[in-house]
Design a binder for this molecule. Sequence first.
Ligand code: HEC
Length: 152
Amino acid sequence: MKKIHRLGAALAVATAALTLSAPAAAQFAKTEDAIKYRQAAFALMGNHMGRLAAMAKGEKPFDAAAARSSAQLVATLAGLPWEAFPAGSGTGAAKVKGDPWANAADFKSLQEKAGAEIGKLAQSVDSLEGLRKQLGATGASCKACHDKYRGN
Ligand code: HEC
């Protein structure tokens, strides 16, 4: 029952994230505000993925409650960056390559694939073995997009 409940919660989070990301560009007065916003969301995602990675690698003791909290945060945060990619915001502090705007369908599909893996992550962290397996798949889904669209 607990598992089913958590699956429901994860779906609710995923649905909320989709709804939240729908209103798109108009939220940001300035391009640099959008860039800051998405980089902040990504930085927090990276922080919590790092915490999970430390447990997966045995650098930190496995703690299921902390792992669940980080995985749920990543799931929530992962809904945030996408509305903060208004057209023409590959400027200034942006570290973008490969033109995600000209390749919008591909960029979106990579978001959805990562979203699916991130959703599974929140379901997989009850055991160290589950965490290790799904963290790998999730990290690969982040990397798939970064290889094409994250600059440096
Ligand atoms: C669909 C594409 C996509 C996916 C999926 C994605 N990212 Fe990114 N990420 C980007 C892009 C593009 C940038 C560069 C944004 C910028 O600088 O404007 C970025 C930047 C970052 C940064 C640097 C933020 C900063 O401070 O400049 C981190 C950290 C990061 N991503 C972590 C992650 C993690 C962790 C995941 C998976 C859980 C992930 N990303 C999934 C596209 C993606």
